[in-house]
Design a protein around this ligand. Structure first.
Ligand code: CMC
Length: 356
């Protein structure tokens, strides 16, 4: 059944994914010129355009929006805390009012970075911590998670991550956001649809299972056998393969570099890294042999898992942190769809029984 491969479903000036050459361009900048070189607020500003305040005011307004989002954590009760973190994020986001205005966009941009640390702490039986609008967005997210001022290296690594995942063409969650935005339901509904799509393991749900795979492999010398058996059982290796990229995912390289910088600062477990290197090496070698017709390379999720773990996020929260970065793209696409697009309403071909 078709997965809409090669179907052009929107025109966008937000990002371009060149799968043959492994290039990602966001608003005219190559990923390599953004990731590790600028912070998420700047990329939000690039993507947000007229939907958001002028860049000079954006940081302050985003800080205020984090405070507004924190007020919404009053809804974080035992019922929500019992859900998975992605489901909890979805539940809290669902309480935000809908609209197509700047305040709604700002609140949605800020909210996942506030709700995810609050959900993590709540699940650990700890109180959610309020944001500090004077901090950068990434620094504040880490401070709300750990309850202390984060190190500059950790802030830089989280910024690199949030920038790297900020937008990526018409991926499944962004498409879902555009479909909903096209009905004029509002930004909140569009972002909620996107979170639903992101949750699946074939999209943004993959990085947690990457760590599960590393744990199951156990040690570098067992990597070859474990991967061989998994592929023989017909399983998919999490963190490998992509619909668009036929060469290495450039986001994997951006995050690998960020991980190396964090490692140089002493913040990465060396044993974990050695295991991951062995698994990646074996996976690429065996996928080449077992799937000769399909070039399968490391994707963004493999290094996401290692980087977010090193930053102290639990694996259940990885999809939520993905949402905290990708929300910039969802909002920008929703806005673009509302400004220039029409109702998205494709057709299906009926193949069911004929009516009598
Ligand atoms: N491990 C083993 N085999 C794979 C994998 C994998 N990770 N990915 C694809 N294949 C095989 C698949 O089994 C199929 O083989 P065959 O033709 O013999 O049946 C062939 O490659 C083509 O697969 P496909 O399902 O047609 O490819 P797709 O474009 O629909 O899937 C994908 C893309 C990302 C869903 C898939 O590669 C996958 O499931 N990867 C693992 C999950 C993962 O890492 N997801 C995160 C994606 S990156 C984040 C994002 O941008 O959303």
């Amino acid at each position: 059944m078709s997965g809409l491969d090669d179907v052009i479903a929107a025109e966008t000036s937000l990002s371009e994914v060149d799968g043959l050459n492994g290039r990602l361009v966001i608003c005219g900048y190559r990923l390599e010129d953004l990731a590790g070189r600028t912070d998420w607020e700047n990329v939000l500003n690039l993507l947000g355009g007229r939907m958001l305040p002028e860049s000079a005011a954006l940081r302050e307004r985003l800080g205020m929006a984090r405070q507004r989002a924190f007020a919404e954590t009053r809804w974080l009760d035992d019922g929500i805390a019992a859900l998975s973190i992605t489901e909890g994020l979805r539940a809290l986001m669902a309480r935000l009012p809908d609209g197509e205005d700047q305040e709604t966009a700002l609140l949605l941009a800020a909210a996942p970075s506030v709700f995810v640390p609050a959900l993590i702490r709540c699940k650990r039986g700890m109180a959610a911590l309020p944001p500090d609008p004077a901090l950068t967005h990434a620094a504040d997210m880490l401070a709300m998670l750990h309850g202390r001022a984060p190190r500059a290296e950790a802030v830089a690594a989280l910024d690199t991550y949030l920038v790297t995942v900020s937008d990526h063409g018409l991926n499944a969650s962004t498409f879902a956001a555009r479909v909903v935005a096209s009905t004029r339901a509002g930004y909140t509904s569009a972002v909620l649809a996107a979170i639903g799509a992101l949750k699946g393991p074939l999209h943004g749900g993959a990085p947690g299972p990457v760590l599960d795979m590393l744990d199951a492999v156990g040690s570098p010398e067992k990597a070859g056998r474990w991967i061989g058996e998994a592929l023989t059982r017909g399983e998919r290796l999490m963190g490998f393969g992509h619909r668009i990229y036929r060469v290495r995912d450039p986001r994997a390289d951006a995050l690998k570099a960020a991980l190396a910088r964090l490692g140089a600062a002493g913040d990465v477990d060396r044993e974990r890294l050695a295991l991951a290197e062995a698994v990646e090496r074996e996976a690429l070698a065996q996928l080449k042999v077992k799937k000769p017709d399909r070039p399968l390379q490391t994707n963004v999720e493999f290094f996401t898992a290692l980087l977010l773990e090193a930053l102290g996020f639990p694996r259940e929260a990885f999809t939520g942190v993905f949402a905290a970065g990708r929300v910039s793209g969802w909002l920008a696409h929703a806005h673009e769809q509302i400004e220039g697009g029409r109702l998205i309403r494709p057709q299906s071909r009926y193949v069911g029984p004929k009516a009598a």
